[in-house]
Design a protein around this ligand. Structure first.
Ligand code: NAD
Ligand code: TYD
Length: 336
């Protein structure tokens, strides 16, 4: 099988490529990535000399570039996106372009190239926000109610993907997953930001009251879910993928990491809240469990500890990532 992976130089995409090539030795992967600030070919050193792996630099919004890579492809796995909520609040335009127009360009070409399966990687953030303390969880029947520019553009792309299934008969699947964590995550996101700041002996910025809740999914569990959906999932279906069975607040996550790194609570810095901050996400992943036999293999505490160790062991990687551009972003985001 030949797979076109978009956004494969980012966090989840690079974990997926390494995972897939380790477990599917006869398959070929073309990684199509623009290499924005979030794309990093160092994430793929392990596979760069693998004859079944090719990298092509390009933009999913560019029709000619997309046409050039979709020849003789069986499956598209679409990760490429602008993915950080805080950057979407600062500059929504790049999110509209990449997440909406880019997905449209890929869908059009997938149809023309008679791609056998278009798998779209989406997010639980499209469902909006749950209340603290309520039992409710998101599942595949939950109505969309995105509340920030990032989730609004991801929801738009999901609607387009479903429209291409319904209208033109394109074979599609969607995974709506929760917050991933693990190796090679760009340190603008919460967990790697906390870990790397603490290793550097800096305070950690906690938004608002710190009582926000996310469902945390270890990235390799997510890669396995996508593999199962590609191999056994039904065309046209959406599968919710999540990790947690109980709520853990942001401040509890910080305290766990403080503990793992032997730091005290004086490192916590409460900062101005994110505008329109979604209070709680929780995922009911019983459909993918029932239909495809998937469940998260990793428990949060164990894999958080492994992730902390990875960042301790790979300081060179994130020190290079925290470059001038990153520090300018950090300064702007956390100025007040
Ligand atoms: P990321 O920001 O780490 O990586 C995104 C990748 O896409 C980068 O390599 C970047 O260079 C590439 N890219 C951006 N714009 C592009 C364009 N116009 N053309 C080609 N490539 C482009 O993102 P991630 O965390 O790995 O997320 C991957 C996907 O999973 C995204 O679609 C995201 O919305 C979704 N998702 C992520 C999470 C999470 O917790 N990280 C949770 C749910 C869903
Ligand atoms: P993030 O990793 O940005 O993911 P998302 O907003 O897509 O869920 O943030 C996870 C949670 O951590 C979210 O509730 C916002 C919070 N957060 C902070 O408190 N401080 C920070 O510096 C960041 C980046 C996030």
């Amino acid at each position: 099988m030949r797979l076109l992976v978009t956004g494969g130089a980012g966090f989840i995409g690079s974990n997926f490529i390494r995972y897939w090539l380790r477990n599917n030795l006869d398959d070929e992967i073309i990684n199509f990535d623009k290499l924005t600030y979030a794309g990093n070919l160092e994430n793929l050193i392990e596979v760069e000399n693998n004859p079944n792996y090719t990298f092509v630099r390009g933009d999913i919004c560019n029709v000619n570039e997309v046409e050039g890579v979709m020849n003789k492809i069986d499956v598209v796995v679409h990760f490429a996106a602008e993915s950080h909520v805080d950057r979407a609040i600062m500059n929504p335009m790049t999110f509209v372009k990449t997440n909406v127009i880019g997905t449209y360009v890929l869908l059009e070409q997938a149809l023309k190239s008679k791609i056998k399966r278009f798998h779209h990687v989406s997010t639980d953030e499209c469902f909006g926000s749950l209340k603290l303390g309520e039992e409710k969880r998101f599942d595949e029947t939950t109505s969309y109610n995105p509340k920030n520019p990032y989730s609004a553009t991801k929801a738009s792309s999901d609607h387009l993907v479903r429209a291409y299934f319904n209208t033109y008969g394109l074979d599609i699947t969607i995974s709506s997953c929760s917050n991933n964590f693990g190796p090679y995550q760009f340190p603008e996101k919460f967990i790697p930001l906390i870990i790397t700041n603490l290793i550097d002996d800096k305070k950690v910025p906690v938004y608002g009251d710190g009582l926000y809740v996310r469902d945390w999914l270890y990235v390799e569990d997510h890669c396995k879910a996508i593999e199962l959906i590609l191999k056994k999932g039904r065309s046209g279906e959406t599968y919710c993928v999540g990790g947690m069975t109980e709520d853990v607040s942001n401040i509890e996550v910080v305290k766990k990491i403080l503990d793992m790194l032997g730091r005290d609570e004086s490192y916590i810095g409460f900062v101005r809240d994110r505008p329109g901050h979604d209070r709680r996400y929780a995922i009911d992943w019983s459909k993918i469990n029932r239909d495809l036999g998937w469940k998260p293999e990793h428990d949060f505490n164990g894999w958080l500890e492994k992730t902390v160790r990875w960042y301790k062991d790979n300081k060179d990687w994130w020190e290079r990532v925290k470059n001038k551009e990153y520090l300018e972003y950090y300064e702007k985001q956390y100025a007040t």
